[in-house]
Design a protein around this ligand. Structure first.
Ligand SMILES: *Cc1c(COP(=O)(O)O)cnc(C)c1O
Length: 384
């Protein structure tokens, strides 16, 4: 079985071709601010269908710049889901705004458009839906709400590069102002650390480029004075959120492999779905008809009403069998920092019930069928 091998919930797949692309870049003239950045951004545009892409140092930086580019400031509020990585919510706070949450749909664990409507107030400026586990939110419904209330939409697609929604790729921004991605090694494709924003809005694109490089511009069209060819000006308070050329080279190479990653991830999810169906102890999230998800996560929902083992005991037992799993996510509003802002246990009951029942099954392209079978057997043995 798996006893002498540690199986995590996710990990990267790096080919010799990926390595070669990084090595070639290391031997080139530009380790950063070179040609690979634009090449990666163009590849992201071609893949997602968006007009513009900005490569960044990580997904959290992408969320930060997205709220800054929308001029979010004190008094502006965003709405996101409690079942997400904390950075989705933090993004509004970084820009000086505030955040509130809308509860999730039980069947998908995605933000519930009906709950969004209840949370909209006079200060609401932006909706930040998260495509949880890789499955797109119902973007048509969300875009409709945004239109009615004159709100911006930032899609947090850190889980969903390679996923489709209806006839669009996630990241096309057909239903949003911007989409953010993360390329951390546990995500569906990686650049080590890394992130990106896609958009169809030229003005936002140009703001993002400036904010990525400390707020400095050399564009003659934007300079209010020009002393000569060396001249630059700082127009905004930006950051150094650049990606390196080595990372971009890895990204270009990984992007070529993304469809095969997605296919393998879906195959593994199908095996889990078949194995855990028709067993009252277990359930998986549903996939909607509008979705073709490049699944980042495969959450297994355990019915602790019919199981004797507690969740902490279960985690310990799984570790002794080589399974090092994780929970996605602890609801953001229950974090001490967010409780200080006024949120409380019990505020989002569907999300909290989801948290109590979920754990994330191992899901990555390098998992072998044999290992998937063993994982299923171990979980069925241990969940008693
Ligand atoms: C990973 C993740 C991020 C942040 O990405 P980093 O690259 O780790 O900064 C943001 N949102 C969600 C939903 C994520 O899963």
């Amino acid at each position: 079985m798996l006893s002498n091998k540690k199986i995590p919930y996710g990990k990267q797949s790096i080919s010799w071709w990926d390595i070669w692309e990084v090595v070639k870049t290391l031997r080139s003239n530009n380790l950063t601010q070179g040609p690979k950045i634009k090449e990666f951004e163009d590849a992201l545009c071609a893949y997602t269908g968006a007009k513009y892409a900005v490569a960044l140092s990580n997904g959290t930086a992408a969320l930060h710049l997205a709220t800054l580019a929308l001029d979010i400031k004190e008094g502006d509020e965003g709405i996101t889901t409690p079942i997400t990585f904390i950075a989705s919510a933090n993004s509004m706070l970084y820009a000086g705004g505030s955040i509130t949450f809308a509860d999730i749909e039980k069947s998908t664990a995605n933000i519930d458009p009906k709950e969004i409507k209840k949370k909209i107030g006079p200060r609401t400026k932006v909706l930040i839906p998260v495509h949880f586990a890789g499955q797109s939110c119902d973007m048509e419904a969300i875009a409709q709400i945004a239109k009615e209330h004159n709100l911006f939409v930032i899609e947090d697609a850190a889980h969903a590069i390679g996923s489709h929604y209806k006839d669009t790729m996630v990241g096309s921004c057909r239903y949003s102002d911007m989409t953010i991605f993360s390329f951390h090694p546990v995500k569906t494709m990686t650049t080590g650390e890394g992130g990106a924003i896609t958009t169809n809005n030229k003005e936002l694109y140009e703001k993002l480029l400036t904010l990525r490089t400390i707020g400095v511009t050399r564009d003659p069209a934007r300079l209010t004075q020009n002393d000569g060819p060396w001249f630059y000006q700082m127009h905004d308070l930006g950051f150094n959120y650049r990606m390196t050329d080595m990372q971009a080279a890895l990204g270009i190479s990984q992007l070529r492999r993304l469809d095969s990653f997605a296919q393998r991830r879906r195959e593994i999810v199908e095996s889990y779905r078949a194995a855990f169906a028709n067993d009252e102890r277990f359930a998986l999230l549903e996939e909607k008809d509008f979705s073709y998800a490049a699944f980042h996560l495969c959450p297994l929902l355990i019915n602790f009403n019919v199981v004797k083992t507690s969740k902490p005991e279960l985690f310990e037992k799984l570790k002794t069998r080589g399974l090092y799993l994780q929970v996605h996510y602890i609801p953001v509003h229950t974090q001490p920092y967010y409780k200080k802002l006024g949120f409380n246990d019990g505020d989002y009951p569907v999300a909290e019930q989801y948290y109590r029942s979920t754990l994330s099954l191992p899901l990555y392209p390098l998992l072998k069928d044999r290992e998937v079978k063993d994982i299923i057997q171990i979980i069925k043995d241990v969940v008693r």
